[in-house]
Design a binder for this molecule. Structure first.
Ligand code: UDX
Ligand code: ADP
Length: 480
């Protein structure tokens, strides 16, 4: 069968994966019409906003890509059925969070949105449609998608349509999504129909060299995504475990990371100790892997991977505990400035951000938190903390009633000076570039002495902080 040339793509889900991925496909394939659909009208309106700073996803370089393609061959719409009907290829890029209740709660992915999409594709597709799983999915999800689609093929109504299912996991990292998409290490396509695989390969072939397009069977492709994320997360838990040991022994984790990273078998990437990994993928994917292992009767393998997530949570609680210990064992009523709420720099995403767990622990201890982030808005922070927006009153007026009663409070802070005013400590939880360039000699006098800087991201220059008369704790730095 000749490879079908793809003329029209529909992507269901205009989130952190669907939006940037389709923007780059449209940019690189001007001959293909790309329509990104979502049930969330607000999100689609934001994607269509004339002011590119209002796009719902912040990614360096995304605005320029959207500007080039939008209206030409890149469209954002809520008309899901129409876009599916017009498409030769449908990407499913909807959210797959960890289940909160029922079978597999806390570990398995909630596939209700994927299933709803498959049913909608079954209902609205016309002719032959290639369905591509883009969301991170547990192994063998394609089976369920295929079952739904083949029921449609066999029904009398669906007699005119046929489907091929592919797995095409996304490996982009937030904050570097555009370069990751424009120049991927590899593109992975899993499937059973060679012509469908080649049709998708030809889309990527517009800009990705053929040798970087890997073809596998469906299950290998699905499992590769989970495994890649598990390996990456495992490195972070490994280096964070060593950071704790460094602090106890007088070693420095940055020196250890450099020393081991120069071994070409280990490599230097993903060895940055910090407040633990966040983001929508790592924890979810490992928990998926754990669930799968248990399901397939491999409890030892399940426990092995589960420990990566446990170490990560431990690291976050450990950092909150360290802050309390250094501040004379109590933070009740004390002001702390949290710099950075996003789970990493260059994104406005806070899903599973380490800052959430650390802030919650400190609020539990009765702290008053001034939270600064250049891209995360205050409503999002309030939702993440399960608190009303800005629970603290006027930051100028000294200890508040809430503080005196020992209740934790928070408020958003747009500038550094107001965040640090009267604070006993600063916690740096996201590695935003602007936090590397802070003028500590100007900021230190605003704080209540003795004051601390807790640098969980290794961004400050220690001599500058110390010269300003501040105490400094850095992740993984022991006192020799
Ligand atoms: C990850 C994978 O990298 C990507 O391939 C996959 O498609 C989705 O999941 P993402 O979560 O967006 O991407 O970002 P990533 O750069 O991997 O960072 C994840 C978390 O690990 C962040 O919280 C980051 O701060 C942390 N991290 C990363 C470290 O703590 N240390 C490191 O050395 C690297
Ligand atoms: P990701 O990081 O995987 O891209 P997001 O949560 O950012 O995840 O985006 C997923 C998007 O999918 C959301 O905007 C959500 O509204 C959308 N979505 C979920 N289910 C459907 C559906 N059945 N039809 C259309 N869009 C959907």
């Amino acid at each position: 069968m000749p490879v079908a040339s793809i003329r029209s793509i529909c992507c269901i889900g205009a989130g952190y994966v669907g939006g940037p991925t389709m923007a780059v496909i449209a940019d690189r394939c001007p001959d293909v019409q790309v329509t990104v659909v979502d049930i969330n009208q607000t999100r689609i309106d934001a994607w269509n906003h004339t002011d590119l700073s209002k796009l719902p996803v912040y990614e360096p370089g995304l605005d320029a890509v959207v500007e080039r393609a939008r209206g030409r061959n890149l469209h954002f719409s809520t008309d899901v059925d129409e876009a599916i009907a017009a498409a030769d290829m449908v990407f499913i890029s909807v959210n797959t969070p960890t289940k909160t209740k029922g079978l597999g709660a806390g570990q398995a992915s909630d596939l209700r949105w994927v299933e709803a999409c498959a049913r909608q594709v079954a209902q609205s597709a016309t002719g032959h449609t290639i369905v591509v799983e883009k969301s991170t999915l547990p192994v063998r999800t394609a089976e369920a998608v295929k079952a739904i689609l083949s029921a449609a093929e066999q029904s009398s109504e669906g007699a005119q349509c046929s489907f091929a299912v592919l797995s095409n996991p996304e490996f982009l990292a937030e904050g570097t999504a555009i370069p990751d998409l424009e120049s991927p290490d590899r593109v992975l396509i899993g499937g059973e129909h060679p012509e469908a695989i080649e049709a998708l390969a030809s889309v990527y072939g517009h800009w990705v060299p053929q040798e970087r397009i890997l073809r596998t069977n469906l299950w290998s492709s699905e499992l590769s995504k989970l495994t890649a994320n598990a390996f990456l997360a495992q490195r972070i838990s490994s280096i964070n475990s060593v950071a704790a040991l460094c602090e106890a022994t007088g070693a420095d984790v940055r020196e250890v990371a450099r020393a081991i990273g120069t071994d070409s078998r280990i490599g230097s990437k993903f060895l940055q100790a910090g407040p633990g990994f966040g983001g929508s993928c790592f924890q979810k994917d490992i928990l998926n892997l754990v669930y799968l292992c248990r399901h397939f009767g491999l409890p030892e393998v399940a426990s092995y991977w589960e420990s990566v997530v446990q170490l990560n949570s431990w690291q976050q609680h450990r950092i909150a505990r360290t802050v309390v210990q250094k501040l004379f064992g109590t933070v009740t009523g004390k002001r702390l400035a949290i710099l950075g709420f996003a789970f990493k720099a260059d994104t406005n995403d806070t899903r599973e951000a380490p800052s959430i767990r650390i802030a919650k622990d400190l609020l539990e201890e009765g702290a008053q938190l001034a939270i600064h982030d250049p891209k995360v808005d205050s409503d999002q922070i309030a939702r993440d903390l399960n608190l009303p927006a800005s629970t603290a009153p006027d930051a100028e007026s000294g200890p508040t009633r809430a503080a005196l009663s020992g209740e934790g409070t928070w408020w958003p802070s747009c500038d550094m000076a107001s965040a640090l005013k009267g604070a006993d400590a600063v916690l740096i939880l996201t590695e935003w570039a602007q936090y590397r360039a802070l003028d500590w000699s100007a900021l230190a006098p605003l704080m209540r002495q003795p004051a601390w800087v807790f640098d969980a991201r290794s961004v400050v220059t220690p001599t500058e902080v110390q010269a300003a008369g501040l105490n400094l704790w850095r992740v993984g730095e022991g006192q020799p």
